[in-house]
Design a protein around this ligand. Structure first.
Ligand SMILES: Cc1cc2nc3c(=O)[nH]c(=O)nc-3n(C[C@H](O)[C@H](O)[C@H](O)COP(=O)(O)OP(=O)(O)OC[C@H]3O[C@@H](n4cnc5c(N)ncnc54)[C@H](O)[C@@H]3O)c2cc1C
Length: 382
């Protein structure tokens, strides 16, 4: 079926998944449990592309551990039986290692991934699904799962003058930052990761942050405060005496100076000069890759995507969102171990509407137990 479409013969399928990161691959594995389903995964580059683009020194902050046999799936796994810890022999995988793990899973399961196939337009058709225009031609699908992530969609203009800065997502290797000192803007995961890696390389860093994201009194959700892994690394960086953290720094502008270098302005009137290009750890576009089809979602006032309880667009039936942008009330699914809980919800819904047997999606509480156990997220004290 896959070869046939690539060669231009088949133009209709049940489901198209756009994006072959952990979300797209994970939804595909859930769809595989529906006998008779026809689907493809369209990927603009290759499986795990975003992870391949991480700076060399970046590691997954959630630990991997082969706890699967005791009913606690490896936090970073996208399939019931796999474990990135076993695959890479590492607890905190690099981006390359995790991308290779995803590619391995896709290959092992024979998933129908079409690489180098960017989807550039999506047109809903009345009650008939969608027409997708891609680099390899057009395809019609009854259902569409949008799994395009955030990493390739950095927020490059958080304030005037940001064009003078280097965004975290534009960095390939911190070793190329050879000056003795740098300023990093942003005190959450990517800003702290940038600072920690520069300190490890012997540089001095001024970290400008609005607030402390590592308050020992909480909140304890890693979607809202710094993960234990990053806290640990940051405290070690502070101990070197080369990390200077300035709080309450709401940066509003960066300008170039006649004398050379940059001046970084905060809302409260403070400013800092730096000879080096400031580094932005200020995050990604709201909605990330979902902005590519912005008109097909309903956006909340806070810039998030409104979804039905099945992660379907509230505007366009048949369009599902998978990945870190999924939110339901105060539940933020922005880690793999969180958003993987939604894979079978999407597959179940699609399977039922296609009239397929969805029995294999009812996993019960086996080795994969915690995956689908979303009740645990509500008011969880653990
Ligand atoms: C520095 C850093 C560290 C992180 N550490 C962790 C961690 O430890 N644990 C954790 O759980 N999460 C972590 N995250 C978050 C995690 O990386 C993301 O949540 C995850 O990558 C999202 O997966 P995804 O499949 O939705 O997106 P992606 O991995 O970005 O995959 C999306 C795919 O869609 C493709 N694509 C985009 N647009 C199109 C298009 N138009 N047509 C076709 N293909 C398209 C892209 O090429 C890409 O391959 C981290 C993020 C960062 C930035």
């Amino acid at each position: 079926m896959l070869k046939a479409w690539v060669h231009g013969m088949i133009k209709k399928t049940d489901v198209v998944i756009v994006g072959a990161g952990p979300a797209g691959i994970g939804v595909a594995l859930a769809l595989e449990k529906l006998p008779g389903i026809k689907y493809v995964i369209l990927e603009s580059h290759q499986v795990g592309e975003s992870f391949r683009r991480w700076p060399t020194q970046t590691r997954l902050i959630t630990p991997s551990f082969h706890s699967n046999p005791f009913g606690l799936a490896d936090l970073n796994a996208v399939s019931e039986s796999s474990s990135p810890a076993i695959f890479a022999g590492a607890e905190h995988l690099s981006g390359q290692q995790y991308a290779n793990y995803l590619a391995f899973i896709a290959h092992q399961h024979g998933l129908p991934v079409v690489s180098a196939c960017r989807v550039h337009q999506v047109t809903p058709i009345n009650h008939e699904g969608f027409v997708l225009d891609s680099e390899r031609g057009s395809l019609q699908a009854r259902f569409l799962v949008w799994a395009t992530g955030e990493y390739q969609f950095p927020e490059l203009s958080p304030f005037p003058g940001a064009q003078w800065c280097t965004h975290y997502a534009q960095v390939q290797n911190w070793q190329r930052f050879e000056a003795p000192d740098y300023t990093v803007i942003g005190g959450y995961e990517s800003g702290v990761d940038a600072a920690v890696n520069l300190i490890k390389l012997g540089r001095s860093v001024r970290l400008l942050t609005r607030k402390c994201t590592w308050d020992p009194l909480g909140p304890y959700d890693p979607s809202l405060s710094l993960s234990p892994y990053s806290r640990e690394r940051m405290y070690a960086a502070v101990d070197t005496g080369r990390l200077d953290i300035l709080f309450g720094a709401d940066i509003v502008q960066v300008e170039t100076r006649k004398a050379g270098g940059y001046r970084i302005h905060a809302a409260d009137g403070r400013y800092w000069d730096d000879a080096q290009v400031p580094i932005l750890g200020t995050g990604f576009r709201k909605g990330g890759g979902a902005q590519q089809i912005a008109e097909l979602w309903q956006w909340t006032v806070s810039g998030h995507i409104a979804l039905t309880e099945n992660d379907e667009s509230t505007l366009v039936p048949g369009l599902f969102l998978a990945g870190p942008q999924v939110r339901h009330d105060d539940r933020i699914y922005c880690f793999i171990y969180k958003f993987r809980q939604r894979f079978s919800v999407i597959a179940q819904n699609i399977g039922q509407r296609l009239g397929l047997d969805t029995g294999a999606l009812q996993t019960g509480s086996g080795a994969w137990g915690p995956f689908g156990n979303e009740d645990c997220c509500e008011g969880c004290q653990c």
